[in-house]
Design a protein around this ligand. Sequence first.
Ligand code: PLP
Length: 223
Amino acid sequence: MSISDNLSAYKSQIGDNVTLVAVSKTKPIEDLQEAYDAGQRVFGENKAQEMTSKYEALPKDIQWHMIGHLQRNKVKYIAPYVSLIHSVDSVRLLKEIDKEAKKNNRIIDCLLQIYIAKEESKFGLDETEAIDLIENILPELKNIQLVGLMGMATNTENNKTIENEFKELDEFFKYLKNNQLKTSSNFQILSMGMSGDYSLAISCGSNMIRIGSAIFGSRNYTN
Ligand SMILES: *Cc1c(COP(=O)(O)O)cnc(C)c1O
């Protein structure tokens, strides 16, 4: 199966209500170009410099999504062009994004990454921290638009565990939509699901999935 075959198989499976982010981290420009030629316009990367060099090399109508843990000193590289940051996991990071967005005269769309997995290694905010951030910090950050949440389930074979984590995030998403953020009509995105668990994620309410290896093949290194 080629990259374009994989993409069209996904597109027909997920329908129009779910956005497919093609996760192209570690993959060469030629692979991204092939996906672009097949009509893909949304790409996800997890390293600021890698994303920026791909942005410079490829057509300018691509929407670049930062999906990986972002260090504050790297925000300046992506602030001029990034379309969505999925991985906001601290107040300090959000403030830095706001500062760089302002310098670039932009409003940057962000998701809060919520910690749902039963693993030590995953980044993210817990629900209390997220609510605190939304109530007390967000109103001052004029160059941030909060458009939803992102989460990663535990890396396990146990579907029940994954399903419970996805359902928990979906409930929190709906809670924020109907309470804290009910006046913000742009709070609409629930980014959850990767190659191994996307169909479960969609059945639990996801409307944005991040698919890497199932489109581009396995990576030589992961992070
Ligand atoms: C790498 C990565 C993905 C894609 O993973 P696959 O299993 O290759 O589909 C999705 N989300 C995040 C945050 C990632 O880092």
